[in-house]
Design a protein around this ligand. Structure first.
Ligand SMILES: Nc1ncnc2c1ncn2[C@@H]1O[C@H](COP(=O)(O)OP(=O)(O)O)[C@@H](O)[C@H]1O
Ligand SMILES: [Mg+2]
Length: 258
């Protein structure tokens, strides 16, 4: 199993209950899209799977371990096998693209190599290959603050491709991209997961992209699972109910100028 979530709840420090009694299981190699209106708990859910947040209640097993019951070194190893693509990648603005991508393997390398990689590119071919897959071939030595939002998102995706973790998590990874680049990027994530039998969980704002690419769709509403179904069984009615708070308007991938 890639992960097992049992009666998981999460409450933010200010008392907001972002997730309530969520239970689900994912097998290794599954590709799952998490959809739902803004504020429904998608980011919180991914951060819990990433072990960036600790559950308030319930149990969580990720890649065979309970992250909150293992030693620090075991947790460090576990985290090196989990990759999270943030919606807005937290990349230091002066950093070069290659350094940002190399950072994907910091958790897997010995300390000396990690430190060296911040000063000098310890690998050029690997990051270049990841960028090639995302139509960013010529940006390897560019500074990240010279990139558009959509390009920066693809650098975040390139980093996780380079990390090649067992569990890939992506939080609205294509929200700043046009439909063509969105499809290209999601396809690379799906193909990469399939080639390594890794598990992919992506939250998506755009329902059309979720249904087109992902065999399993989880709808979250107000912190609870509204449905968990094969994409072929997700009906218009279910989607309208899911997005009732947004007047039943289903968000699709809007053309963005980048
Ligand atoms: N750091 C935080 N502190 C307090 N409340 C938060 C925080 N982050 C998110 N929330 C609240 O938790 C709920 C779920 O948020 P989030 O997981 O970001 O949803 P989504 O990603 O689906 O938009 C929302 O009500 C949101 O306002
Ligand atoms: Mg979010």
């Amino acid at each position: 199993m890639a992960f097992i979530v049992q009666n998981l709840s999460f409450q933010h420090a200010n008392g907001t209950r972002a997730l309530r009694d969520v239970s689900l299981v994912a097998k290794a190699g599954e590709c799952i899209a998490v959809i739902g209106p803004s504020g429904s708990g998608k980011t919180t859910f991914l951060n819990l799977l990433a072990t960036a947040l600790k559950p308030s209640e319930g149990a969580l097993t990720v890649l065979g371990s309970n992250p909150w019951r293992i030693s620090k070194s075991a947790l460090r190893h576990l985290r090196s096998q989990i990759g999270l693509v943030h919606q807005a990648p937290p990349i230091p603005s002066r950093q070069r693209v290659i350094t940002a991508i190399l950072a994907g393997r910091l958790g897997q390398w010995p300390l000396w190599k990690s430190i060296l990689s911040l000063i000098y590119p310890v690998d050029i071919v690997g990051p270049q290959r990841c960028l090639d897959r995302l139509e960013l071939s010529d940006r390897l030595f560019e500074r990240c603050d010279c990139l558009s939002g959509g390009q920066l998102q693809r650098v975040g995706v390139a980093r996780v491709l380079y990390q090649a973790p067992q569990l890939m998590l992506a939080d609205e990874p294509v929200s700043a991209m046009d439909p063509v680049l969105s499809d290209l990027t999601i396809r690379q994530l799906i193909e990469d997961a399939a080639s390594r039998n890794a598990t992919l969980v992506a939250s998506l704002h755009a329902v059309d992209i979720a249904l087109r690419w992902f065999p399993r769709i989880i709808g979250i509403r107000e912190g609870e699972i509204a449905f968990d179904l094969p994409s072929s069984e997700v009906t218009e009615t279910l989607l309208k109910e899911l997005y009732a708070s947004e007047m039943g308007v289903l968000p699709t991938q809007a053309p963005v100028t980048t």
